[in-house]
Design a protein around this ligand. Structure first.
Ligand code: ADP
Length: 620
């Protein structure tokens, strides 16, 4: 048994508990995993929106160059340079101001007095365009150099990019970092927005040393990847034929496109992009995007102050500085971001909570199932073991019970057969002992056989209307002489009129004999047995037969167990009283088959009282 329990614990219980523990641990990571998945998904959306914005800028750059080249084809460059601002704004409406500057730094257009925009442009950019000051610019040079082979070439200690390289923002950024321009100044700047997911990454690494904190913060995305370089306009142009540059003047973004024609390589034609038009273009792009995730998220383009310039959900009001995820657009629009906002931020936490709850419940149910299954198996094992032990005891008890009467029968019958007993009185006494022992033997064998039949469901009862008073009287008449011979004081109290029950006479007689024989066996020194039969009416009419003794009584705690098969409250070893543990089991089974019951009641003043209750039947 111990071995089975040990195997069970090692093979089933411990692995189940370990699995349950692992499952509980993984529950704690559910929300984090869900957010990670969501953030990966939405980060992809933000990245693609940022690429869209870059493409739009590239389109504008191309259309500006095309418009300028068309004008240059139609007009003399010198003539065009005087009226370029006006002409360009007509031809290319994305321009806020058109400008022309010579490589030497003379600004030919616009005239500062022509329009308010031109005046502002002049005051902001003239010194930078005239190469009289170096400024912080975010740059993006495109197109092959006018007079140089297609490889990296140094000009006056400054550099420009290898144009054979794809002009991706990161490639450009890396090149910038390596270039000597970069050595002037590359500032680490904070981003205008703090994406929630990036913050969580930072939170998730609180154990890192403070030396690593900055690196962690960078990884977490709190610092901009887009850094300005300090340079003069002439240095920046180098030998390239077109490009985009962005700079902040008085905290306002200026996006400048420029290009040069081979026919007038000393002149740089440029345009300041009208930001309201750019915003309208971005809004159009966002509206053309696939509408699939729009019921869950809002896509937005934010300017450098984290104000939305275009958004997919026009009605949304949010804390624009705290998007779910965001990506910087790049050098073309420095510190502008493509951001994703959750329309229902609590939905994520709620669904994580639901998953957590469901899994938690499942684990609890599993643990309970494993626990109760284990308990059932162990208790069944226990029961089987107990039964096996009882059966072994039963075999030895029955053998003993068979042997004792057989020994007496043999001994007395031998004495009589050999004629060694001459006294007729003693002869009669020996014969009555033989009869009593034979009856005891028959009773025992009947009990065992009947129990086996009932156990297999083969017991057949001959139910008939019978007078219980008559059955009791007949049974007592056969048993009373034996009791009196053993020195018992026996009294019986029976009703004068018949008590009708529907029953099997032999089985009922067997129950009465079992109760009387127990009263005799467990009588101890006070040899008194009372039997009474009464007819009662409440709650239904029933007959009650009581067999009372003043003997050992049933020990506390065994009152119910004595009706279980093979159970003996007074075992043979300690009490010296023989028994099979079947008498009461059988009595109860017979009573129940009759719709009645056998119960034990303790008696005040010591001893036991066993009640057989049977329903009264109508003799008609
Ligand atoms: P057994 O063959 O052991 O008598 P029973 O099923 O008739 O088997 O009784 C079960 C147990 O109930 C007995 O072993 C005994 O401990 C207890 N018992 C039965 N009748 C009495 C009684 N009249 N007084 C005390 N104990 C009793």
């Amino acid at each position: 048994m111990k071995k089975v329990a040990l195997v069970f614990v090692l093979a089933v219980f411990v692995p189940s508990l370990v699995l349950a523990w692992l499952a509980v641990r993984s529950l704690r990571d559910q929300q984090f995993l869900l957010e990670k998945q969501q953030s990966l998904l939405y980060q992809g959306q933000a990245d693609s929106l940022a690429r869209d914005a870059q493409e739009l800028l590239a389109e504008y750059q191309r259309s500006f160059t095309a418009a300028t080249m068309a004008l240059l084809r139609d007009q003399n460059p010198q003539e065009l340079s005087k009226t370029f601002d006006e002409v360009l704004r007509k031809e290319w409406p994305m321009a806020q101001v058109g400008f022309v500057v010579t490589l030497a730094g003379n600004i030919l257009s616009p005239s500062p007095s022509s329009t308010p925009e031109a005046r502002t442009f002049f005051s902001c950019n003239s010194r930078f365009l005239a190469n009289r000051e170096s400024a912080e610019v975010y740059w993006n040079q495109k197109g092959a150099p006018l007079n140089a082979p297609s490889e990296l070439k140094k000009v006056q200690g400054t550099g420009y990019l290898d144009k054979s390289e794809p002009a991706t923002s990161s490639g450009l950024y890396d090149s910038l970092k390596n270039s000597s321009l970069n050595s002037l100044n590359n500032k680490l700047q904070a981003r205008a927005v703090v994406p929630q997911q990036a913050l969580q990454n930072l939170d998730a690494a609180p154990t890192k040393s403070s030396a690593n904190q900055k690196q962690v913060a960078e990884e977490a995305g709190n610092f901009s990847k887009v850094a300005p370089s300090e340079t003069e306009f002439r240095q920046l142009i180098g030998e390239a034929n077109q490009g985009t540059l962005a700079r902040f003047v008085d905290d306002k973004l200026n996006v400048l496109f420029w290009c040069r024609a081979a026919s007038a390589s000393q002149l740089v034609f440029g345009a300041q992009l009208a930001l309201p038009r750019l915003s309208a273009g971005l809004q159009q792009r966002i509206e053309q995007l696939e509408p699939a995730p729009q019921n869950q998220i809002c896509l937005a383009i934010l300017d450098d102050k984290a104000r939305p310039v275009a958004k997919s959900n026009p009605a949304l009001k949010a804390n624009w500085k705290r998007p779910f995820v965001a990506t910087e657009i790049g050098e073309e629009l420095p510190h502008w971001e493509a951001a994703v906002y959750l329309l229902n931020p609590t939905a994520l936490a709620r669904s994580a909570q639901t998953i957590k709850l469901t899994l938690g419940l499942l684990i609890v149910v599993l643990i309970v199932a494993i626990g109760s299954g284990s308990w059932l198996i162990v208790s069944d094992l226990n029961r089987q073991l107990h039964l096996a032990r009882q059966k072994t005891d039963f075999v030895s008890n029955v053998s003993h019970e068979l042997k004792t009467p057989l020994t007496s029968i043999r001994m007395f019958s031998e004495l009589l057969a050999e004629g060694r007993v001459a006294d007729p009185e003693r002869q009669r006494s020996y014969l009555s002992i033989i009869t009593a022992e034979a009856a005891r033997l028959t009773r025992l064998i009947n009990n065992v056989l009947d129990f086996a039949r009932i156990d297999r469901g083969e017991k057949k009862y001959q139910f008939e209307n019978c007078d219980l008073v008559g059955v009791v009287r007949e049974t007592v008449a056969t048993y009373q002489p034996q009791l009196e011979a053993s020195g018992f004081h026996f009294s019986s109290e029976l009703p004068s009129s018949p008590v009708w029950v529907k029953g099997d006479r032999d089985s009922l007689a067997q129950v009465i004999v079992n109760l009387l024989s127990n009263a005799e066996k467990y009588a101890d020194s006070r040899k008194e047995i009372d039997l009474e039969l009464r007819q009662l009416t409440s709650p239904l009419p029933y007959a009650e037969l009581k067999v009372k003794d003043r003997g050992l009584g049933v020990p506390k705690g065994s009152e119910q167990k004595i009706f279980e098969q093979f159970y003996r409250a007074h075992d043979s070893l300690n009490s010296g009283i023989q028994g099979s543990g079947l008498g009461l089991t059988l009595a109860r089974q017979v009573a129940r088959a009759h719709g009645g019951e056998v119960v034990y009641e303790p008696r005040s003043g010591g001893g036991s009282c066993f009640c057989l209750r049977l329903p009264i039947s109508n003799p008609a």
